[in-house]
Design a protein around this ligand. Structure first.
Ligand code: SF4
Length: 76
């Protein structure tokens, strides 16, 4: 099974809840939004990053605390 974070940067409002939960992955950017470390842009504003089993729990927490629903954890 592959697990990944899908980040819709278009929705990001810069609340930085994700940064507080997982600063290793979520980096404040100069435009007031965040960048997902190690991600690749798949469509305009849509970034994806594969994660390990160990990273899954923190990724789920980041997704849960994002007030803009910009973070999704996908298992496929
Ligand atoms: S919690 Fe959501 S809205 Fe806030 S900075 Fe992170 S991705 Fe953006």
């Amino acid at each position: 099974m592959t697990m990944k974070i899908v980040f819709d940067r278009n929705k990001c409002t810069g609340a930085y809840s994700c940064v507080q939960e997982e600063p290793e992955k979520w980096k404040p950017a100069s435009d007031g939004k965040v960048d997902l470390d190690g991600s690749v842009q798949k469509k305009p504003g849509i970034f994806e990053c594969a994660i390990t089993q160990e990273e899954l729990e923190k990724a789920r927490i980041a997704a849960a605390v994002c007030p803009a629903s910009a973070i999704k954890v996908v298992e496929e």
